[in-house]
Design a protein around this ligand. Structure first.
Ligand code: 13P
Length: 254
């Protein structure tokens, strides 16, 4: 397993060209923080420009359409985002599952399409607050994994899983370190049952209200290989705070 923490910024529907200065600053700083693998997923409109600004960090998309092309007004295919400079894409984010009624089967089609196009994927899973309160969180998450993960020849090394409890996204609330560790262990078990022993090397990120102040603690939880960061990735200052905290957490783990 890669022991470098993987810290991914998801800019969601934020950013115009004025924000390229933040991407540039993140990239410059990442050159001095080689113990951490850093990536940014800007909106589609900034992928190409961000790729041109950044030398070191990975650039990705936040979604792709499952088809290669065709009559799908407003949609964007994996080949298109790859052509614009994306090396990976997020799929199955809970905001897309909720806003666009994306099922596990659709998320899997998107993941498969991205991998076919030669990209890596970050597959997001996570329970709602009602599902956690009713004791169903682990079943929901393992069910999402079974339905959403890409399958087929040589896909495992292209996959990262992000565990993002829906109730922790943008709320300032996070699970306890014990709860994160328990869920990540469960995800690891499921990855091994789906992919065999190769599933042991898939990175599992935590996402949901990660900030510079809590990053070291959250990243020290069992089986957490990095973070998927929303709001706190929008400025270089806060994102770099998380990157530096993750480098420290990594040193303590090893
Ligand atoms: P926040 O970090 O803003 O809670 O968002 C998390 C997220 O959804 C990243 O994909």
């Amino acid at each position: 397993m890669s022991i470098r923490p993987y810290i991914v910024g998801n800019w969601k529907m934020h950013g115009t060209r004025a924000m390229l200065a933040e991407a540039r600053a993140i990239d410059r700083a990442a050159e001095r923080l080689l113990k951490v693998e850093v990536a940014l997923a800007p909106p589609f409109t900034l992928i190409h420009a961000t790729r041109k600004e950044a030398n070191l960090i990975a650039i990705g998309a936040q979604d792709v359409h499952p088809a290669d092309g065709g009559a799908h007004t407003g949609d964007v295919s994996a080949a298109m985002v790859k052509d614009a400079g994306a090396g990976f894409t997020i799929v199955g984010h809970s905001e897309r599952r909720a806003d666009h009624q994306e099922t596990d089967a659709i998320v899997k089609e998107k993941a498969d399409a991205a991998i076919d196009a030669g990209m890596n994927v970050i597959v997001c899973v996570g329970e709602t607050e009602a599902e956690r309160d009713s004791g169903k969180a682990e079943d929901v998450v393992t069910g999402q994994l079974a339905g959403s993960l890409p399958t087929g020849e040589a896909v495992v090394e292209k996959v990262t899983v992000a565990y993002e409890p829906v109730w922790a996204i943008g709320t300032g609330r996070t699970p306890t370190v014990e709860d994160i560790g328990a869920m990540h262990r469960k995800i690891r078990e499921k990855l091994v049952s789906i992919y065999g022993e190769e599933g042991a090397s898939v990175r599992i990120l935590y996402g949901g209200s990660v900030k510079p102040e809590n990053a070291a603690e959250l990243l020290a939880a069992d089986e957490v290989g990095g973070a998927l960061v929303g709001g706190a990735s929008l400025t270089a200052e806060s994102f770099l705070g998380i990157i530096m905290a993750s480098a420290e957490a990594q040193e303590e783990k090893s």
